[in-house]
Design a protein around this ligand. Structure first.
Ligand code: NAP
Length: 236
């Protein structure tokens, strides 16, 4: 029986890298994004619909996450792992941070994670599954210009750790991952092979996820920090 993994925000960046690694490791995978065509196109770059599908679900809406879970079960027959990865960042001094950007970050990065687990929790309990959130090192370290992003990611870390305590008795594993700099399209960045070579790459995040899912059911790394070994200034 192939295990089925749902990754929110898998159309690019970290989510896409994790999807690729999981398909290569033999999992069945569903990725989502805000636009159906974009999600389908991203999935088709990894494999055919026997191994991966792309669907539209805006994590800001609970009913869209519920529909995504039911569509995944209709296609693959089950769901074992949910990775709440969708997220974005807008960085500004509090005097300039726009209320709409605050709401976008809280609704996507924090409420979106709540929607993803709410929509899937009964299936994860039934299958002794795994719930993973992608937080950030910004979820334990605050910085200037990061108030909205820090608030959303500090929230994700606290939320996920509490969910871990709620679900462990049912045999559901829960991990929150706190990455440092990863090459992706985050904050409108265009990946550059040379300039981004020092950063964690999406395939490294993929390797981490595959390794986590391989671990013995009795062992749970509940909070995982991952950072580049060397930063750009160390390499000068
Ligand atoms: N890159 C880093 O250095 C870094 C470090 C720490 C943590 N993170 C976290 O890692 C996660 C992934 O970011 P990334 O770096 O891979 O950025 P990215 O390349 O910009 O990818 C973001 C993904 O989120 C999706 N998304 C955005 N809003 C969404 C919504 N409302 N509903 C569904 N999907 C949505 C996007 O899909 P569409 O555009 O197709 O909707 C895209 O697939 C985020 O939670 C981010 O905060 C990133």
């Amino acid at each position: 029986m192939k295990k089925v993994v749902y990754i929110t925000g898998g159309t690019k960046g970290i989510g896409f890298g994790m999807a690729e690694a999981l398909v290569n490791a033999g999992y069945r995978v569903a990725i989502s994004g805000r636009n159906a065509d974009t999600a389908k196109e991203a999935a088709s770059k990894i494999g055919d619909e026997e191994v991966i599908i792309g669907l539209a679900s805006d994590v800001r809406k609970l009913e869209e996450e519920e529909k995504a879970i039911s569509d995944i079960k209709a296609h693959f027959g089950r769901i074992d792992v949910v990775i709440a990865n969708a997220g974005l960042g807008v960085f500004d001094n509090i005097r300039d941070l726009k209320p709409e950007d605050w709401h976008k970050m809280i609704d996507t990065n924090l409420t979106g994670v709540f929607h993803s687990i709410k929509a899937s929790v009964e299936d994860l309990i039934a299958n002794k599954g795994y719930f993973i959130s992608i937080a950030s090192l910004a979820g334990i370290n605050f910085f200037k210009g990061g108030s909205g992003y820090n608030a959303s990611k500090f929230g994700v870390v606290g939320f996920t750790q509490s969910v871990m305590l709620d679900l462990r008795a049912q045999g559901v594993k829960t991990t929150t991952i706190l990455p440092g700099s990863v090459t992706s399209n985050f904050n409108n960045h265009t990946p550059d092979n040379e300039a981004d070579a020092w950063k964690i790459q999406p395939e490294d995040m993929g390797e981490l996820i595959v390794d986590l899912l391989k671990m013995n059911p009795r062992a749970l790394p509940s909070k995982v920090e991952i950072r580049p070994t060397q930063t750009a200034d160390m390499l000068k």
